[in-house]
Write a protein that binds this ligand. Structure first.
Ligand code: URA
Length: 258
């Protein structure tokens, strides 16, 4: 993969040690040096590790189909958003301030799937707007995209009180909305952030440590799993693995791009 200085800046902002080839590292150092005044160029230090370049090998698993068939599957965007806003299928509608439908390009090639709204998202009605959202934005930039280029949605559209894990019946009630969003956006790749998103989308109990590092399928669509940005904020040492996941996602996109 060619690593340009622009992308490296975001990776540095993520505080990620990046493993790149020696040639690429030199290219980055040159580009970085060129972007600062000559008197400062001698002091440019780029935090790259020269060595391994690839995440774990692509390992497709058996196709999985959406586990729930629902009338929601026939709705268009307008109807779907209205249905989510009016939804009372689980008790969370009583405690939420706002439903959180989803945001971004409805023609996106990348779709990011999170768990559920937190307090900030509940207040604003938009996914990933809090601290975790800022890190997610940096992760999106690290793969060369802007937040508005991707589509972002959650497994649950309503906030669970105190940010507890979604209950199974809440997921069963809500996940048809997400499946319909996926069909309507028709992205080339799904990026699941966090255990809850990955396990519910892939319908598995497998721990996240085993889900990441391989390419799963939802129908024919590739799914890559990485850590939740909120977890990465608590465990910054895992950002290196998250970067490997993003590299896997970028490689996978290259394979499916038409
Ligand atoms: N965490 C999530 O999983 N989704 C959000 O929208 C915000 C935080």
């Amino acid at each position: 993969m060619t690593m340009d200085a622009h992308r490296l800046r975001y990776l540095k902002a993520l505080d990620i040690d990046v493993w790149v080839s020696r040639g690429a590292a030199e290219e980055v150092v040159r580009a970085e040096a060129a972007s600062v005044p000559p008197e400062q160029a001698a002091n440019v230090s780029v935090n790259v590790n020269v060595g391994a370049q690839h995440a774990a090998p692509l390992r497709p698993v058996e196709p999985l189909q959406p586990s729930v068939v629902s009338p929601v599957a026939a709705l268009d965007w307008f109807e779907l958003e209205a249905a989510v806003k009016a939804c009372t299928k689980c008790a969370l509608h009583r405690t939420r301030k706002n439903p959180v439908f989803g945001v971004g390009s409805r023609h996106a090639q990348w779709m990011v799937i999170g768990e559920a709204p937190g307090a900030d998202e509940d207040a604003q009605g938009e996914p990933f707007v809090g601290r975790a959202g800022q890190l997610l934005n940096s992760m999106i930039k690290a793969v060369g995209l802007k937040r508005e280029d991707v589509y972002i949605a959650n497994i649950l559209k309503s906030r669970p009180p105190n940010n507890r894990d979604p209950a199974p019946e809440e997921v069963t009630a809500c996940i048809p909305y997400l499946h319909r969003q996926i069909e309507l956006v028709n992205p080339k790749l799904l990026l699941c952030v966090g255990r809850i998103a990955a396990q519910n989308l892939l319908n598995t109990d497998t721990p996240i440590g085993k889900l990441r590092g391989q390419v799963h399928r939802l129908g024919n669509r590739p799914v890559v799993v990485t850590y939740h940005p909120a977890y990465l904020l608590r465990s910054p040492g895992e950002k290196r693995r998250a970067w490997q996941d993003l590299v896997l996602a970028m490689n996978t996109m290259q394979g499916v791009a038409s």
